[in-house]
Design a protein around this ligand. Structure first.
Ligand code: TYM
Length: 341
């Protein structure tokens, strides 16, 4: 797979997105949204609600609209300043679809056949999966490269898609002989929240689609629900050890320690220094208190904002206009490079 490039001379720019498919959870917050909040002070940032990705699986239109507004509310409630960063929904800027088509013709079937997310989402009956689900990663590459974004904050599960994006960028640059036209975007994945696991199974990631609501902490959960889910989280009878290495064979315990570290903004080692020798009878209530302290204000603000859909729609209309202004000259250049009249 391709290595980062330093030869690209364009401005640094962040792009990332979240699908409006319901059940926004702690993994989405720690793996992605919280990173967005920090990055807005460092670089130009574009944060998208990827409604076109959402419809690769069936979505009820009414719910899709509500969930699109919910993600916008979550962005703002978490601390993204819509005056500073761009917040918009993907379908409002047609360049995403146009560039995705070109990338459908750049990416190879073999590359897409290797995508593990398609295999997971399509399940056993691949014949019945939408074609959109198969070419999903090409649309994701288009999202990022439509703005020549150089940095992409995501959770660990998006790593393979980012590698594909880089491969598409390299192939486009090589085939059309336009050196460094597209950057090779750098994934920003590291940190304790990069892979938040299910509270019921330390081997599965926390996911919107897990049928058990006890497996995840939703951003809409109230303090009682958060405390209950952490109390019921699967663990083992051993006390917490002194080093992270000793947690390796204890995935559920490791997950809770990582969640604590990510919420507190420290390293797992620091959490273990404070709690080594303690059992989950002590650790779980402390974790629940911390989770409520961090998430409750966001949940409350999300609810308030969702009560004002006109405000959220205004943010996204303005955001899509700003996004369009960046995308238009880039897409014009792409079309010229490809040979469109
Ligand atoms: P989505 O909507 O599934 O998830 C949104 C973000 O949350 C992260 N995430 C997690 N992080 C840590 N632990 C977890 N358990 C966990 N679950 C989800 C995801 O990694 C993601 O960062 N394909 C993307 C959306 C997308 C996108 C893009 C992202 C479309 N275009 C362009 C970046 C750039 C997705 O399905 O995310």
């Amino acid at each position: 797979m391709s290595e980062p490039t330093s030869a690209y001379k364009g401005p640094e720019r962040v792009f990332s997105g979240v699908q409006p498919t319901g059940n926004l959870h702690l993994g989405n917050y720690l793996g992605a949204i919280r990173k967005f909040v920090n990055l807005q002070h460092e670089m130009e940032c574009i944060f998208c609600v990827v409604d076109m990705h959402a419809i690769t699986m069936w979505q009820d239109p009414k719910e899709l609209r509500a969930q699109t507004l919910e993600i916008a509310a979550a962005y703002v409630a978490a601390g993204i300043d819509p005056e500073k960063a761009i917040i918009f929904n993907q379908s409002a800027v047609s360049g995403h679809a146009e560039l995705a088509w070109i990338f459908n013709c750049v990416a190879r079937m073999g590359w897409l056949n290797r995508m593990t997310q398609f295999k997971d989402k399509a399940g056993k009956d691949k014949e019945r999966a939408s074609v959109g689900l198969f070419v999903y990663p090409n649309l994701m590459a288009a999202d990022i490269l439509l703005y020549k974004a150089t940095h992409v904050p995501v959770g660990d599960d998006q790593k393979q898609h980012l590698e594909l994006t880089r491969d598409i960028a390299v192939k486009f640059n090589n085939e059309f002989d336009v050196e460094n036209f597209f950057p090779q975007p750098e994934p920003l994945i590291k940190g304790a929240g990069a892979r938040v696991m299910s509270l019921r199974d330390g081997a599965a990631k926390m996911s919107k689609s897990d049928p058990s609501d006890l497996s995840r902490i939703n951003l809409t959960d109230d303090p009682e629900a958060i405390a209950k889910k952490i109390k019921k989280a699967r663990t083992d009878p051993e006390p917490l050890p002194e080093t992270s290495d000793e947690l390796k064979a204890r995935p559920e315990a490791e997950n809770l320690v990582n969640i604590y570290a990510a919420l507190a903004g420290t390293a797992s080692e620091d959490v273990l220094t404070a709690y080594a020798g303690q059992g989950f009878g002590v650790f779980k209530p402390a974790l629940a208190d911390l989770a409520v302290e961090v998430l409750s204000p966001i949940t409350a603000e999300m609810r308030r904002l969702q009560g004002d859909p006109a405000f959220l729609e205004k943010i996204m209309t303005k955001g899509s206009e700003r996004a369009e202004r960046i995308a238009t000259p880039i897409l014009r250049d792409v079309k010229r490079v490809v040979g469109f009249l």
